[in-house]
Design a protein around this ligand. Structure first.
Ligand SMILES: Cc1cc2nc3c(=O)[nH]c(=O)nc-3n(C[C@H](O)[C@H](O)[C@H](O)COP(=O)(O)OP(=O)(O)OC[C@H]3O[C@@H](n4cnc5c(N)ncnc54)[C@H](O)[C@@H]3O)c2cc1C
Length: 387
């Protein structure tokens, strides 16, 4: 006789990255009734594999006890424009991956309702109104299974699918060099290669900073290309000759026009990048993960049926238009961003990029970028998205 080894939970969270842990933390403090939640990841989440930067108006933004750095201003630099922006009412935040993983996992371990397991997920499905997760040795089921581990896209013909790719080094200098109060949000003093390239710099101390070279393009670059650019920036633009690289970071974030789809059935809800939380025109994700987590919690509290997130048509169109203008290179990307930062109030730009702007503010933003190219791309993209 075979034994039924299927284990049943109220909810399963597949993937313990930014989205999975954010959802678990919100469930922990919510009024949603549950007895047992399974959290499962193939990794132990004990490495500092990324840092998250984001901006919000909320002074006590999420996870304030582990915010690594917080700034009230940042600088934008291009060939012909340079400005320090006071971000009020926003602040710019940085959270280190390792601090986030450790903090969340410690908090969740103290709550006996959470069962944390390290196993490789082999499959997800919906069966008999339950989400089912398969590992090599076990089967788990729950009324909802939240997936951030597997990403699936429906690629339409003519979709623009870019990637934001970047390499960063934390460097230490012999002399004090950095202004700890002033991160560089974007530094466009580099060739655009018919797509979009820039540097950014996050000061971590007077002689310590994270310096990144990043691109928005169809494909990532060979590793040595980032190294060359980073050396050039540090030595020739920042004029630092004496430095040590003490940490390295590499990442790729999808910037996709294509829709994220759910092949696993109605009891599996995709979250995080897998659920479309990465903004197609910037790659910023952490803020949208928090917003989308709140909306899941809200629905569960109201006992409403959950479905995968649908991105707002308005912002989907804007993202597509920006990608199209960059892709066609109808205006070089550094010129677009320079116009944007030169002609708009910084709070309006940040609100727009966080997808919280009014249509009136949107019109102001659109009016500040090279109009002809944007109108042409808008017509193309309206046809593409609504065909
Ligand atoms: C280096 C880097 C820097 C970034 N910086 C920023 C930033 O500054 N600001 C911002 O807004 N966004 C940033 N992002 C983008 C985005 O915020 C992150 O990628 C974020 O971690 C996405 O969260 P997620 O939960 O969707 O995916 P992840 O955090 O990648 O979590 C997915 C989890 O699923 C697990 N998993 C995958 N497959 C399996 C399997 N078969 N079995 C079990 N577990 C599995 C993985 O181990 C992982 O823990 C960055 C991304 C990277 C890579």
């Amino acid at each position: 006789m075979t034994q039924d080894t299927t284990q049943t939970y109220d909810y399963i969270i597949a993937g313990m990255g930014a989205a999975g842990l954010s959802l678990a933390m919100r469930l922990k403090t919510s009024n949603i009734p549950f007895n047992k939640i399974l959290l499962i990841d193939k990794d132990l989440k004990n490495k500092n594999d990324r840092t998250w930067c984001f901006w919000t108006k909320d002074a006590d933004a999420w996870y304030h006890s582990i915010v690594y750095r917080k700034w009230s201003q940042f600088e934008f630099i291009s060939q012909d424009f340079r400005k320090v922006f006071e971000l009020n009412p926003y602040s710019y935040f940085m959270i280190r991956g390792i601090d986030f993983y450790s903090y969340c996992i410690e908090e969740l371990k103290e709550d006996i309702r959470f069962d944390i397991r390290t196993e490789e997920i082999r499959g997800l499905s919906s069966e008999h109104n339950l989400g089912v997760l398969q590992t090599i040795n076990s089967t788990y089921q729950a009324k909802y299974l939240f997936n951030s581990a597997f990403r699936n896209n429906l690629i339409h013909k003519n979709d623009i699918n870019y990637v934001q790719h970047f390499k960063g080094w934390v460097i230490e200098t012999t002399d004090n060099f950095f202004d700890v109060n002033l991160p560089v949000f974007m530094d466009f003093r580099t060739s655009q290669y018919q797509d979009c390239r820039f540097y950014y710099l996050i000061p971590l101390g007077p002689n310590r900073a994270l310096v990144e070279y990043t691109g928005f393009s169809p494909n990532a670059l060979p590793s040595e290309e980032y190294d060359k650019k980073l050396h050039h920036y540090i030595e020739n633009m920042l004029n630092i000759k004496d430095y040590n690289i003490v940490e390295r970071e590499y990442g790729e974030i999808p910037m996709m026009e294509s829709d994220y789809v759910n092949p696993y059935g109605p009891q599996v809800i995709n979250i995080g990048t897998a659920g479309g939380s990465s903004k197609a025109s910037t790659g910023y994700t952490f803020y949208f993960i928090q917003k989308n987590t709140n909306s899941i919690i809200d629905k569960l509290e109201k006992n409403e049926r959950l479905v995968d997130l649908k991105r707002s048509k308005k912002y989907k169109l804007y993202d597509s238009v920006i990608l199209d203008v960059i892709n066609k290179n109808s205006v070089p990307a550094d010129k677009i961003f320079t116009s944007l930062f030169k002609k708009n109030n910084i709070a309006d730009i940040l609100t727009f990029l966080n997808e919280e702007s009014s249509i009136w503010k949107d019109l102001g933003i659109m009016n500040s970028v090279p109009l002809l190219a944007f109108v042409k791309s808008t017509i193309v993209k309206i046809k593409h998205l609504y065909a």
